[in-house]
Each structure stands twice: as C-alpha cells, then as structure tokens.
Design a protein around this ligand. Structure first.
Ligand code: CP3
Length: 345
C-alpha cells in the first residue's frame, strides 16, 4: 500500500502505466487565490510568510484543497539560498525581488560563503516542509525546490529582475573563473539544501532554471548544465525535475542528465521534445499560461490538444511557466478538471 491517498505523480515519474495524467501548476500557491491573499495580508509581507512554517504550510496546502491538484509544492522562494549565503533580499510589493548587495567583481565574492550551516540558516524552510507533510497527511506528494545555480547567480549579480541579465552575462565573458567559483559555491549549498528538504519529507525536488533562456547553447553547457548535472548526480534519494525555461536549444543535453523529469515551457513542441529527450524520462508542461485568459471552451480545447500530443507517454500536465497572478481561479480549475477527466489508454 502506498503511503499516499493519491500517488499518481510518483507512479507517472516511475514510468508506471497510470489511468490519467497527473496535474499541478507552477506558482499554484499564491496570488491567484483570495485565500492566499488573506493569509498574506495578515502578515507583514512575503518574507514573513516564507519564514513562518505554519503559515507557509497553510498556503502550500490551499491549492490541494481548493484546486484539486495532484501535488503540493512547498511555499518558499529560490532566493532564500543567496540570502543564506550572505546576500539578503527584499521582496518589494508589485516590483519583485531586490538585493542591496550584489557581486560585481572578484572582490565581492568575499560577501558570500558556502561554508554555512544550511540546516540552521534555512531551518524555516525545513520546518515548513515538516509541518506541511504532517498536515497533508498523505493526501498528495510534496515537491521541494531550489533555483539552478545559473539563475541564482543571475540574482546575486543583477540584484533584481531584468530583461537581459547583462550583468551576470557580462561576468561570464569578463571573468569566467570567478563565475565558476561562485556557481560552484551555490551548487555546494544547493545540494545540502535539497538533501535537507528530502530528509524533512520532500517527495520530489524541482530545479528552476528560470533564466537559462538568455544564454546560448555553448554558455549554458559551460555555466548552466554543468552545475545542474552535479546536483542531479548528487540527489539520488527522490526523483528530480529540471525546468530550464527557454533552453529549447539544450533539450538533448538536458535529456542526458540523471534526472527523471524535464519541464518544458510553451515554446517547446511536445513531439520534438520527446524525440530529443528520448522515451525514458517524464516530460512536464507546457500549456501557455495565457491560455487561461481565454473562455472555458477554449481552455478545454487547448488542454485536450496538449493531452492528445502526450500520446500516452510519460507526462505530467502543467503550464509552461508559473500561473500569472491575475488569472481567474475558475479558469485554473477548468484546466485541472480537463486533465483529470482525460483518460490515458
Ligand atoms: O506555488 C509555488 O510554486 C511555490 C512557491 C514559489 C514562489 N516562488 C513563491 C513566490 C516558487 C516555486 C517560486 C520560485 C521562484 N522565485 C522562481 C522560479 C520560478 C519562476 O517563476 O521562474 C523565481 C525566478 C523566483 C524569484 C521571484 N520571487 C520573483 C522574480 C518574484 C517576483 C515576481 C513574481 O512572480 O511575483 C518572486 C515573488 C514570489 N515568489 C511570489 C510568490 C507567491 C509573489 C509574492 C507575493 O505574494 O507578493
């Protein structure tokens, strides 16, 4: 007997034949839900929510109860890692993350450290996972996560969101040695962090490489995949998902990683991705989040087209990136219900 009431996503990842495709959404815990906004409004801000395990657990479970997804994802942020390493962040309302201190040159590398007690610095995430596991009580598996080293390097150097991320990219060409040093440090901390998440109860871990799309194949191979590979090789306890947004050019290389699942964004054709990745991995994605702005009939139609393209192979239904905050939760439910009503054969 499985320890879960619903272990569909784990069975799919293991390559078992399942009755339907599992479904969850990136960024499912968050601003689309009025129930999330109510919890958030009762606190001083995003960081307090992330750092208060009971409240983080509460918003992690909301989409399981309210949307009926097949997995929960722990409510946290990828930016807790740079903070733990020495670069604190702020989450500015309606603007996004902001780092007071950033790495601009070799001299700034002394601001960060990989020699930290991860269990202590990120204890609030580990506690949130433990509380969530207890409260989920086996309803669905829990996904843990981290940012990929390249994406974390982007925030450590740019200090905020950007269209071009020219600061991290500039460093790759000006001082590749320094970039490797920092990427290496992030990788060390990330491996420890993921192992702690798994010990606390994470059933799957997902690596978000949100900014892989700004590099080209050569640079991504050297500064991106290299470190993602190290993480995949180190994490043998639970299945790993790699979501490298925009890295359509690297799908073959990503398919050779020792991870179980590859996340696809909406730029990536399913059949073409399957051909590049091969039959032995699960693919996850990739409905354009903007489809959820359409009417219910269109959402249903486009979701079915996507499900048909899966061709009874190993797939997890998801969006091609996080759900946008101004999406109607009823439209999200339409996507989820359409997936749940679609039988594999
Ligand atoms: O439901 C879930 O997916 C779990 C929670 C989660 C958050 N962030 C909460 C969050 C996850 C998995 C993330 C990952 C994350 N954070 C990524 C990778 C995924 C991606 O979107 O590419 C990145 C790049 C970040 C960094 C980050 N955090 C940005 C750029 C922003 C601001 C823009 C935005 O999307 O809101 C955040 C803030 C953030 N992280 C919010 C949430 C719910 C919004 C904060 C709020 O409530 O106001």
């Amino acid at each position: 007997m499985s320890q879960y009431q619903n272990d569909l996503i784990l069975r799919m990842i293991n390559g078992e034949k399942t009755e339907r495709y599992p479904v969850w959404l990136m960024r499912q815990a968050g601003r689309i839900l009025p129930e999330y906004r109510a919890v958030r409004a009762s606190l001083s801000g995003f960081k307090e929510l992330v750092e208060t395990p009971e409240r983080a657990a509460e918003v992690t479970i909301q989409p399981v109860d309210l949307l009926g997804v097949d997995a929960a994802i722990i409510f946290s942020d990828i930016l807790v890692v740079p903070e733990a390493m020495g670069l604190p962040y702020q989450m500015i309302e309606a603007k996004g993350p902001w780092f007071e201190n950033t790495i601009k040159s070799e001299a700034d590398v002394s601001m960060i450290s990989a020699d930290i007690d991860v269990a202590d610095r990120l204890g609030y995430v580990i506690d949130a996972i433990k509380v969530t596991k207890k409260e989920l009580n086996g309803r669905v598996p829990l996904i843990g996560f981290c940012g990929a080293p390249w994406t974390i390097f982007c925030y450590m150097t740019e200090g905020q969101g950007s269209k071009t991320f020219s600061k991290p990219k500039r460093l790759l060409f000006q001082d590749p040695q320094m970039a490797h040093k920092v990427l290496d440090m992030i990788t060390d901390v990330t491996i420890k962090y993921l192992k702690l998440q798994i010990e606390a109860g994470a059933d799957i871990v997902q690596i978000f490489d949100s900014w892989s799309g700004i590099l080209g194949p050569k640079e991504y191979s050297e500064f991106g995949t290299k470190y993602v590979r190290r993480i995949c090789d180190a994490i043998t306890e639970v299945p790993v998902t790699v979501f490298a947004k925009g890295a359509y050019y690297a799908r073959k290389e990503l398919g050779e990683l020792s991870c179980q699942t590859i996340g696809l964004d909406w730029n990536m054709d399913i059949a073409e991705s399957r051909a590049l990745v091969g039959p032995n991995k699960t693919l996850q994605g990739n409905l354009d989040p903007c489809v959820l702005y359409a009417d219910f009939k269109t959402i249903e139609e486009k979701t079915k087209n996507l499900l048909n393209s899966f061709g009874n192979q190993r797939h997890i239904a998801n969006l091609g990136h996080g759900v946008y905050p101004d999406t109607d939760p009823e439209k999200v439910k339409c996507f989820i219900e359409t997936v749940k009503g679609f039988a594999t054969n």
